[in-house]
Design a protein around this ligand. Structure first.
Ligand code: NDP
Length: 322
């Protein structure tokens, strides 16, 4: 039988997280699933991928032909700084368990997830896919970063030694429903949403950490989900690809906070605490490679995506990770 003609059975690790939930939405509600296909979305309750026996049991149970590998140990900035060894070892093991088990069970394609925060700390801008290994990552999360970088090294080696077409995507800052909205540990944009919503309810002002001047590229989780499914079906390279809005879409934290305030109809005062550090002023990534493949892909306008996320957050406040 010709394996390539069989409908895919796709196993999504980390299927209960921000990105996994977005892929599930695209698969279930936007026709992302083709006839005969099966999609399985895993959470840590289905098994601990740090453990090789549990990883093998999951693969034996589902017998996937394709894997989207999103599961990762992720934490807030301060947890990373305190526990680099833990983030290094657990992520190295998760990634090695998933990739090696996929290889042993003859999975034909794996799409793993790197992150733009693993790029070299000292670099020229815009950053692109060819620069991942060109110097040490930022000191705060070097454990997580080196573990992620090894996925790219492993992908090359699985291809060289076994002809496996395992690849990786590199998102910039992702946001959307199901994110972690915790004010201390959440991603910047979701933490700002939570802070602003709280201030609205309590009739207080909002204080944003830092000057508001740093600029970032924010990618909506549903757009990322659509693009990851495209990578799974169409992208043939082993080398990774940045999946992000363009350089021209970079916005300042201040601009984002203004958009969040208007989406939540918050009319109080917004302060910027300049005593707190700013982090890097910019980390611009180039999406030229993505554009060379998909010149016409339209990203959801930031305002619209922020509004959808704010509406989701307010409607699901009790269930959301806060
Ligand atoms: P989340 O933190 O929202 O979700 C993490 C997922 O991994 C959850 O499904 C979680 O399961 C699962 N998981 C964690 N540890 C284990 C484990 N030991 N065994 C099995 N499953 C586990 O992550 P995101 O959706 O935000 O991120 C997905 C991927 O994208 C990650 O690889 C991340 O590094 C990368 N990324 C994210 C960016 C972002 O801005 N969010 C930016 C760039 C890259 P459970 O729900 O049960 O805990």
């Amino acid at each position: 039988s010709d394996m390539s003609k069989m409908p895919m059975r796709v196993l999504v690790t980390g299927g209960s997280g921000l990105v996994g939930k977005a892929i599930e939405h695209v698969v279930k509600n936007e026709g992302g699933k083709l006839e005969g296909e099966e999609w399985i979305f895993l959470s840590s309750k289905d098994g601990d991928l740090v453990d090789i026996a549990q990883t093998r049991a999951i693969f034996e149970k589902h017998r996937p032909t394709h894997v989207i590998h999103l599961a990762a140990k992720v934490g807030g900035l301060y947890l990373h700084m305190k526990e680099n060894l833990y983030f290094l070892r657990d992520n190295l093991r998760i990634n090695d368990n998933v990739l090696q088990t996929a290889h042993e069970m003859d999975v034909s394609k794996v799409v793993s997830c790197l992150s733009s925060c693993i790029f070299p700390d000292k670099t020229e801008y815009p950053i692109d896919e060819s620069m991942i290994h060109n110097g040490p990552p930022h000191d705060s999360n070097y454990g997580y970063s080196h573990a992620k970088r090894m996925i790219d090294v492993q992908n090359r080696a699985y291809f060289q030694q076994h002809g496996r077409r395992y690849t990786a995507v590199i998102p910039t800052n992702v946001f959307g429903p199901y994110d972690n909205f915790n004010i201390e540990n959440g991603h910047v944009l979701s933490a700002l949403m939570n802070k602003t919503y709280k201030a609205k309810k309590e009739g207080t002002s909002v204080t944003v950490c830092g000057s508001g001047n740093p600029r970032r590229q924010f990618t909506f989780s549903l757009d990322l989900g659509r693009l990851i499914i495209w990578v799974l079906r169409e992208y043939k390279e082993i080398d990774p690809i940045i999946l992000s809005v363009g350089e021209e879409d970079e916005v300042s934290i201040k601009e984002v906070e203004d958009m969040i305030a208007s989406a939540l109809e918050f009319t109080g005062e917004i302060h910027f605490d300049t005593m707190l550090g700013d982090g890097q002023l910019k980390k611009t990534a180039s999406n030229a490679k993505l554009r060379s493949y998909l010149p016409d892909f339209t990203f959801t306008p930031l305002k619209e995506a922020l509004k959808m996320t704010c509406d989701w957050f307010v409607a699901n406040y009790d269930a959301a990770r806060t």
